[in-house]
Design a binder for this molecule. Structure first.
Ligand SMILES: Cc1cc2nc3c(=O)[nH]c(=O)nc-3n(C[C@H](O)[C@H](O)[C@H](O)COP(=O)(O)O)c2cc1C
Length: 393
């Protein structure tokens, strides 16, 4: 539209608005020294492209290179398990031993050569780890009736020390591999979210009960990582604004936690919500049919911004440039993270920057994950179908 104006005044007015929006979304900013060229972040998403040992493959490097070329400012790597018992899905990325570093270095170099930053998401699946993949019993924060069908190990104080150490060692490896920072995954279904949530944490020791106890392991992990990586290395944390399940974290708990993390020294908070395996507020949410349904956690983000002084990254359901622009200019969040739109259109941000402001073409059908579970890595199945139809196959 802007490239072929019929009416010069309208063109001038629109391009003025467009420039204004561009200047906000494409202004340089930084998170603890990590300079970002725009406000768009690729949210962590399992690509199903690592080896069975969690090592980076050429296909994964290729996918992230294409993404980096497409204009996004920051990539958050997919879930990377910090210890062998923490793997939660097949072909997941690992960061549990030094031998994984050289291939990770190839990946970070490829991203940097294409003008983009990358941080590594550190995670552990806790009770949701897959024993048939890990060959070890899953670790649970506390006992539950759900465990009648399988053996899980309840986490001891010694296990807590071991988990803390696996996070800090993993963070150091990520730094050595050239990542610009790390993100501690404490949202959705992972072990740190299980510590936070009364729905999973019924412990009676210093790691259960009050919020201060349920966040104790987070602060231990933060401090042990900070000691190893230094003050000038970005440490981001991803948390739920709510679990949206019975006995789960509420928004008020979450605000208290976010403020505590912000005051502790985390360099940014990424906000999401829901526990994937309950199906509630599914992360593969399909109903984003209009602009008001986009970015479905923005009201919670608005409350977060009033409480925290650290930058806020808002995840979930963004599809339109105009909604992104409003979120940033209204001060609801500082960055916007998206995951599924980039599977179909890795160059979405360049497209928007060129002035083609049509919303993301992602159909939200979640078909992209089927090839992932078949061992081929995620890709946009709808787009492939459309291209085949056009080609007459
Ligand atoms: C199959 C699947 C895998 C995901 N893997 C991760 C992950 O490894 N780490 C993470 O923090 N979030 C993960 N997410 C959540 C995404 O980061 C994101 O918050 C969610 O897809 C909503 O954003 P979107 O509407 O832009 O896709 C995953 C989501 C889906 C559907």
């Amino acid at each position: 539209m802007l490239k072929h104006p019929d009416i010069p005044e309208l063109y001038a007015m629109l391009s003025e608005k467009w420039r204004e929006a561009m200047s906000k979304l494409f202004a340089e900013s930084s998170i603890n020294g990590m300079v970002l060229k725009n406000r768009f972040v690729r949210a962590s998403i399992w690509e199903g492209l690592a080896t069975t040992e969690g090592e980076v493959t050429p296909e994964l490097v290729k996918m992230l290179t294409t993404l980096a070329k497409g204009g996004v400012g920051l990539i958050i790597s997919s879930y990377s398990y910090v210890s062998l018992e923490g793997q939660g899905a097949p072909w997941q990325l690992g960061i549990y031993r030094d031998e994984l570093i050289p291939k990770l270095q190839e990946m970070t170099s490829a991203v940097h050569e294409n003008g983009c930053k990358i941080i590594m998401q550190l995670a552990h699946a806790g009770q949701f780890a897959e024993e048939r993949i890990t060959g070890r019993p899953a670790l649970a924060v506390s006992a539950s009736d759900d465990f009648t069908e399988r053996y899980v190990k309840i986490i001891t104080r010694e296990d807590v020390q071991r988990i803390v150490s696996s996070y800090s060692q993993a963070a150091k490896r990520a730094q050595d591999a050239g990542f610009d920072g790390i993100e501690i995954h404490s949202a959705q279904d992972c072990i740190l979210s299980q510590f936070l949530s009364p729905a999973f944490n019924a412990r009676h020791d210093e790691y259960g009960g009050s919020i201060d106890n349920r966040t104790r392991i987070h602060l231990m992990i933060y401090r042990s990582i900070r000691k190893l990586v230094g003050e000038a290395y970005p440490i981001v944390i991803k948390i739920n604004c709510g679990d949206f399940i019975e006995d789960g974290i509420t928004i008020d708990d979450s605000l208290y936690i976010a403020k505590m993390f912000s005051d502790t020294g985390f360099d940014a908070i990424e906000m999401t919500g829901g526990i994937i395996r309950t199906g509630k507020l599914s992360l593969g949410r399909a109903d984003i049919s209009s602009a008001d349904k986009e970015s479905y956690l923005k009201d919670y983000a608005f409350r977060y911004k009033k409480e925290i002084s650290t930058p806020l990254i808002l995840a979930g359901g963004l599809r339109s440039f105009q909604v992104a622009e409003k979120i940033i200019s209204d001060g609801i969040a500082d960055y916007i993270s998206m995951s599924r739109p980039f599977i179909r259109e890795p160059d979405l941000i360049n497209r928007w920057e060129r002035g083609d402001l049509r919303k993301a073409e992602c159909k939200l059908d979640n078909l992209c994950f089927n090839p992932g579970f078949a061992g081929k890595g995620i890709y946009c199945v709808s787009r492939e179908k459309e291209e085949n139809k056009t080609a007459g196959h």
